[in-house]
Ligand binder design. Structure first.
Ligand code: NAD
Length: 231
């Protein structure tokens, strides 16, 4: 059977009801930090301990939270469609909610990598400390795409969205590029659903005729979209 494809683009808002704070809702701070301190190469050069501690806290928090109804609803879509989730999130709640294909544009909290050889990536579920080294002897860093760094998974995400019949956008302020521009690569006739209590219609969305906006929380809005698609 040739199944239609749904590409789901998610941001911090899909994890909000699991208890993980979004970033812009907290006045541009990420858990009380200026993002440039904890999510940029400059911040890393300036204070590695602060950066490691920030991601250690995020990694610990991940053990205490659970996927919410939005994550679970996306799993149900796989009954009828090929589904690829392209997330800006670094948490693993989509995987734990049952989604089988997840592309992490901005990296993953539960991975770390070498600072001399970016191909050396390791699973990492506990704290990462100064002195933890890769097999080539260099300090390990979080496997996160920081502001100003290249987004290696972008090519894969572009390929996926270019062949989608349906796109669901959830909980993103559509401000962080290149992720926010991805929807522009969906075919002209793709149906687009956008779930966010405070949707922001960026340039790519403003020219789409077949856009349906659900101005509500992910927990309720995603279920509605899934029901429409499963009908
Ligand atoms: P953002 O913080 O810029 O925007 C969050 C969006 O979520 C807003 O549009 C807001 O209206 C919406 N939102 C808030 N509560 C919601 C709910 N209950 N249901 C649905 N939507 C809700 O987030 P962004 O656009 O993803 O960009 C921020 C960057 O920060 C991303 O690159 C991401 O990597 C990073 N980040 C990740 C996490 C995470 O991994 N969970 C958390 C915070 C920030």
């Amino acid at each position: 059977m040739n199944r239609e494809k749904v590409v789901v683009l998610t941001g911090a808002g899909v994890s909000a009801e699991s208890g993980i704070k979004t970033f812009r809702d907290a006045g541009g701070l990420w858990e009380g930090h200026d993002v440039m301190e904890v999510a940029s190469p400059e911040g890393w050069r300036k204070d590695k301990e602060l950066v490691l501690d920030f991601y250690n806290q995020r990694r610990r928090q991940l053990k205490e939270v659970e996927p919410n109804d939005a994550h679970f609803a996306l799993k149900d879509l796989e009954l009828k469609y090929k589904v690829v989730v392209v997330t800006q999130n670094i948490d693993n709640l989509h995987e734990r909610g049952g989604s089988s294909k997840v592309v992490h544009l901005h990296g993953e909290l539960n991975k770390v990598r070498s600072t001399v050889d970016p191909s050396l990536i390791y699973e990492w579920n506990d704290d990462l400390n100064l002195g933890d080294k890769c097999e080539k002897g260099s300090q390990l860093r979080p496997h996160i795409v920081w502001f100003g760094e290249a987004v290696p998974m972008m090519d894969r995400a572009l390929l996926e969205i270019a062949s989608a019949q349906h796109v669901i956008i959830i909980g993103t302020s559509m401000q962080v590029y290149p992720a926010a521009g991805l929807v522009g690569y969906a075919p002209r006739n793709a149906s687009i659903y956008y779930v966010d209590p405070r949707p922001s219609i960026n340039a790519e969305l403003s020219i789409r005729d077949n856009l349906e906006v659900f101005a509500e929380n992910a927990g309720t809005g995603v279920r509605k979209v899934v029901e429409i698609l499963l009908k």
